[in-house]
Design a binder for this molecule. Structure first.
Ligand code: BDR
Ligand code: CA
Length: 312
């Protein structure tokens, strides 16, 4: 199975994404790096350790990364969406595992340099760690086999501001560095994630499968409540889990190669991903932008995999 690293800010949908990776034999989760984002770094790191422990995988190393954005501080966190502690008010048992003593970029660079196989990196939080890797260890960054990014939007506007999606808005300068670096990148943005809604019936299926599934369902409750009050919907958009689906099963999403730049100005457009849709780009820095998804199949993939975490 393919080596995988998840760079994350858990986060409810991040937790689901990690569990999905652990439930998927196509990939071998070798490292989790954490970043500030939905909540503060200390909390995202603690949450990552606890989610791995929940699935019985405290052997997967967790290395803590950036606690702040590259240039401008992130204006606000997302505790109103994910709960103050990031996992929807659910207290998972603490992990017996120690945090990896290395900074995230060092752990990531060492893994990339040592791997004999191409490594997939899925980044599902602000892109600060990846931007730092590019700056400090460019030779390691160049070895990334495939970079799957949850972030931005090609034509759907934003979810934090009219222009900006959360992960890009949280660190636009980092996103600009990553999306123009010429790495083999797939951008999984709101155009596809907003179509992929996990309903209560799906949640009920993995909740019934056993303790891991029922904890995942409990974590999702806060997200469901927020979606109901904020948007009047009875399902949840699990952005990061869709990005992981593409990391696990490449080609799940329909992509088009396009040039992408990020608005790093300080005006109303800050954090917008400007996706050039005029034609198919051949520029070396172009990224594969996800534009099509079979939502029913993606939700079924997620639900059935999560149900399997508790055993067949
Ligand atoms: C992204 O923002 C975060 O709140 C989610 O975890 C996801 O990574 C969606 O815009
Ligand atoms: Ca996230």
């Amino acid at each position: 199975s393919r080596p995988l690293v998840i760079d994350t800010d858990p986060g409810i949908d991040d937790a689901l994404a990690i569990l999905l990776a652990l439930a998927s034999p196509e990939v071998d989760l070798r490292l989790v790096t954490t970043v500030h984002g939905n909540v503060e770094l200390e909390q995202t790191t603690e949450n990552a350790l606890r989610v791995l422990h929940l699935a019985g995988r405290s052997d997967v190393p967790v290395a803590a990364g950036a606690r702040a954005s590259l240039v401008h501080p992130q204006p606000e966190r997302a505790g109103h969406v994910h709960g103050a502690a990031g996992l929807g008010g659910v207290q998972l048992p603490p992990s017996p595992a120690e945090l990896d003593p290395r900074p995230a970029v060092v752990a990531l660079a060492e893994l990339l340099m040592a791997s004999t196989e191409p490594v997939t990196v899925a980044t599902i939080g602000p892109m600060t760690n990846l931007a730092l890797l590019l700056g400090v260890y460019p030779e390691a960054a160049a070895r990334i086999g495939r970079l799957v990014v949850m972030g931005g939007s090609a034509g759907r506007g934003g979810n934090v501001t009219a222009a900006a999606e959360f992960n890009v808005w949280a660190d636009p300068e980092a996103a600009q560095a990553v999306l123009t670096a010429g790495l083999p990148t797939v951008l999984v943005g709101l155009d596809v994630t907003l179509h992929t809604v996990l309903g209560e019936d799906g949640i009920a299926r993995f909740a019934a499968a056993g303790p891991v599934g029922s904890s995942a369902a409990a974590i999702l409750q806060q997200y469901l409540d927020h979606a109901r009050t904020a948007y009047g919907t009875s399902g949840v958009v699990v952005h990061d889990a869709l990005a992981l689906t593409e990391a696990i099963a490449p080609g799940t999403l329909g992509t088009v190669r396009r040039d992408v730049v990020v608005d790093t100005t300080l005006g109303a457009g800050r954090g917008q991903t400007l996706v050039d849709r005029r034609g198919v780009s051949t520029a070396p820095a172009a990224v594969e932008v996800a534009e099509a998804v079979d939502s029913a199949a993606a939700v079924e993939f997620l639900v059935s995999r999560l149900a399997n975490l508790d055993g067949p």
